[in-house]
Write a protein of this length. Sequence first.
Length: 222
Amino acid sequence: MIGAILPPGTIAVDTAGDFPEALLFAAERALIRDAVPERRREFATVRVCAHRAQTALGLPVRPLLSGPRGEPEWPAGTVGSVTHCAGYRGVALASATRWRALGIDAEPHRPLPPGTADAVTCAAERQHLRDLAGHHPEVHWDRLLFSAKEAVFKAWSPLTAHPLDFGDARLRFEPARRVFTAGLRIPGPRHDGRALSALTGRWTLYAGLLLTAVALPAAPAR
């Protein structure tokens, strides 16, 4: 599913079901010892997907632990991203020699709760969503924008210690190509000799889910 919108050289493992906690390493199980059942299922399934992604990338399988903000601590020399929502869990993993950052997100294909869209968009984005809905009413564009921003944030997070807020990324969609661009409104890290000012991504609609992905290529060796 998510692999259809990820670039070459990226491993995608996803599932609509759940895997048992028994498949986890002891160090991983310890991280969810006190979690509620739904959180335990999400965590366990994502970790098993990550184990399978490591194998597919030719790596030894190691525990996927969490950093200080709860972010996955990927094996050295790799970049990755995880996502989960009702009925879906997914992982993307790639070599850091090919890709500098990855971000994926999955959301149910239904409108955002009342008031949420206003909280995560600016006036220009709201007009953009209205225009899109007028031409392509079959897509819940507000939810897609939310998902795309989540994917952007996940790609951005490993690049800098400065987190993004919803107002820090301005989204534009190209419906015919199913791509989007996020213009960044705060200074980004240096990438390929210049400050990173935008991230691009792809999206798809599959089996009642909106899936989004962002991939930033590694800068070429000089």
